[in-house]
Design a protein around this ligand. Structure first.
Ligand code: BTN
Length: 268
């Protein structure tokens, strides 16, 4: 499969018809790859989800598994603080929401913090980010449902671009290169602004843009933490390190939750 539009947007793009997990493959070779290397596959046999032990199923032909290697400090003279790397998965969620919004009505597309992309309440894309072993960068893996009908999706609460287009009466599903290019274009633009601001999401204005697109801010949420702990309240913002700020029920103090601390965030 050729990706002429997408290939122009990154430093290197490889496609494999089928693999275990694009994230596993790209993490393994990250030391020898440049910033903005992309590995795409039409089918994964062992795709991994965010929750421990969770799979990301992607039937052949109807979805894309996309892994992007970001190595901001591989450019000479560029030294982003490693703490800023925590923003990269949030940038990816925003980029994917914007990309999906190019093909279906954008007002229906939001991010469930930290980076699930939902159309209404249904998930269309999930993102799993992994630090590479020498801490030189991050591999951001995104699965995007493209052509599946409801029977081909793993759960009822999932959706695809084709299904959403049927809902709005548009039956011409965009091509995979178009969708991938939309995502990579949005991600590259956010990434270069973030890097130019030295990894400062607040100064670059990116934090505000993430908040604006985040459906978890301004609504009731339930944060499931390790050890079966739960926190129920209202999402009120995102702090300058990318943590969601929750106003817990019956408490005055805000509680900040990082993506690494949480098992799952539910919209209540
Ligand atoms: C989630 O929603 O739980 C995250 C799903 C992430 C799936 C993507 S597909 C590309 C990359 N390779 C993987 O094994 N997982 C991610």
């Amino acid at each position: 499969m050729d990706f002429p539009l997408s290939s122009q947007l990154v430093n290197r793009l490889d496609y494999v018809e089928s693999t275990g997990s694009t994230n596993t493959d790209l993490v393994a070779v990250a030391a020898d790859c440049p910033d903005l290397t992309v590995l795409v596959s039409g089918h994964q046999t062992a795709g991994r989800g965010r929750a421990t032990g969770r799979q990301w199923s992607s039937p052949a032909g109807s979805s894309l598994a996309i892994s992007v290697l970001l190595k901001p400090n591989s450019t000479p003279g560029q030294t982003l603080p490693p703490t800023s790397f925590g923003w990269l998965p949030l940038l990816a969620g925003l980029a994917m929401a914007r990309a999906v919004g190019q093909f279906i009505p954008a007002e229906n597309v939001a991010v469930k913090w930290p980076n699930d992309v939902l159309v209404g309440e249904r998930k269309i894309s999930g993102i799993l980010s992994e630090l590479v072993s020498d801490f030189s960068g991050v591999v951001i893996g995104a699965g995007i449902n493209i052509g599946q009908n409801q029977d081909e999706l793993p759960v009822e609460t999932a959706t695809s671009i084709a299904l959403e287009q049927t809902t709005i009466g548009d039956t011409a599903t965009p091509g995979k290169d178009q969708i991938l290019a939309a995502y990579l274009g949005e991600l590259r633009a956010l990434y270069s602004r973030f890097v130019a601001a030295g990894g400062d999401a607040v100064a670059s204005g990116i934090r505000d843009e993430v908040v604006e697109r985040c459906g978890s801010v301004g609504r009731r949420v339930r944060a499931l933490m390790p050890g079966d702990q739960e926190l129920t309240g209202v999402g009120v913002g995102i702090d300058d390190t990318g943590r969601i700020l929750i106003q817990p029920d019956g408490e005055r103090e805000l509680f900040a939750v990082s993506a690494g601390d949480i098992v799952h965030l539910r919209h209540n």
